[in-house]
Design a binder for this molecule. Structure first.
Ligand code: NDP
Ligand code: GDR
Length: 344
């Protein structure tokens, strides 16, 4: 067997991020670069470079490798050539409504993709530390509140089911093969780099377009949903923190505070001096076949063992997102959503 990789004074730590082009991947890359880690990322083949907008500002400081969660040989080949100390498996089909429309593809990416990454680690070098992006969607129809590491899972979407699989297979490889594998059970986290289809960004962008006279009304689905929303920049700090502990374990990452879609609307429209009730419609066609009504996380284990705490409050987060979209749309007019990282 080949020598396991070790970081030394002369050879810096190497990290490999799947999903580096996504919201969390880009913030995690910023964080790891800032501490001096050599950052590698997996990207899937694309026909244009526009999907790289979140990492454009660090493009010359990271190394990108072409591979796909569907193709295990491509994953093994990248792990073999990079020989990372740490792998952060953030890639997934991450949008819940798409998981109802494409349940099989979601399972291939979000569930089996995890096994493919774990197999690459098992085959190439078992000493590589492995982080899996687990989700509060696993709690779904919640059995208790707030939800902790001990709360039973009851997922409510093909995405949630796929995440339960990804979570349990990671735990299994830790127990069966002794891999240093951790799962961060993260509650919703948002930012100006959030994709435009998720509700927070849909609202912040909608507010900005209404304010600039480019949209008349905003149509949403279930206005009664409640979530524990935090800031992505805070949440990525928990990833290396848990992965670098001596004992691999799983941690809930959350703010512990729950807000409604109506709270989100009130703060977001209020930031632009607008009353949300005058501009928002609810369309039952946008509701999900099965909904997760409310989520609130208990991150006391992360606080105790990792010293992790969120810094950005919900109101600050919403205002940060609205301000970023007001500026972007004001400056650029009707440009493609989320193509500017200056405010991220
Ligand atoms: P995004 O949707 O922003 O990013 C997903 C990433 O996965 C993108 O880089 C995407 O690449 C990549 N990807 C998708 N399919 C493949 C594939 N077949 N092969 C290679 N790469 C692929 O997600 P987030 O950054 O918000 O979330 C990161 C992870 O954390 C996800 O696993 C998500 O499910 C999970 N999570 C997120 C939470 C949140 O609130 N943000 C909360 C809990 C968990 P491309 O650019 O090519 O599309
Ligand atoms: P979620 O995030 O499904 O929790 O998954 P999303 O922002 O899509 O939905 C949150 C809640 O808002 C309600 N909602 C709407 N949602 C969207 N997208 N669009 C609407 O118009 C709308 N109207 C109301 C939804 O019904 C839902 O209750 C996110 C993703 O990042 C996952 O990958 C991650 O695992 C979980 O968070 C934790």
């Amino acid at each position: 067997m080949a020598e396991p990789p070790t970081a030394t004074a002369t050879a810096p730590r190497r990290a490999l991020i799947t999903g580096i082009t996504g919201q969390d991947g880009s913030y995690l890359a910023d964080l790891l670069l800032a501490e001096g880690t050599e950052v590698h990322g997996i990207v899937r083949r694309r026909s244009s470079a526009s999907g790289l907008w979140r990492i454009r500002h660090i493009r010359d400081r990271i190394k990108l490798h072409e591979a796909d969660l569907l193709d295990i040989l491509s994953l093994i080949s990248v792990v073999e050539s990079v020989r990372p100390h740490e792998i952060y498996n953030l890639a997934a089909q991450s949008f819940v409504p798409t998981s109802f429309a494409q349940p099989i593809l979601t399972a291939e990416f979000t569930a089996l993709g995890v096994t493919r990454m774990l197999e690459a680690v098992r085959l190439v070098d078992r000493s590589i530390a492995f982080y899996q992006a687990s989700s509060s969607e696993m709690f779904g129809l919640v059995r208790e509140s707030p939800q902790s590491e001990a709360t039973p899972f009851h997922p409510r979407s093909p995405y949630g089911v796929a995440k339960v699989y990804g979570h349990m297979i990671t735990v299994n490889y830790r127990e069966a093969y002794g891999l240093h594998a951790c799962c961060g059970i993260m509650f919703n986290h948002e930012s100006p780099r959030r994709s435009a289809e998720f509700v927070t960004r849909k609202v912040s962008e909608g507010v900005a377009r209404i304010k600039h006279g480019k949209l008349e009304r905003l149509t949403l689905g279930n206005l009664d949903a409640r979530r524990d929303w935090g800031y992505a920049g805070d949440y990525v700090r928990a990833m290396p923190a848990m992965l670098r502990r001596e004992k691999a374990d799983d941690y809930v990452i959350a703010t512990g505070k729950c807000h409604s879609i109506r709270d989100l609307l009130r703060i977001a429209f209020g930031r632009a001096g607008l009353e949300w009730e005058r501009f928002v419609d609810a369309d039952p066609a946008l509701e999900r076949p099965a909904e997760v009504d409310h989520l609130r996380g208990d991150a006391s284990k992360a606080k105790r063992e990792l010293g992790w705490e969120p810094e950005v409050e919900f109101e600050q987060l919403v205002e940060m997102m609205v301000d970023a979209d007001l500026e972007r749309i004001g400056l650029k007019g009707e440009s493609a959503p989320g193509t500017d990282v200056r405010n991220g």
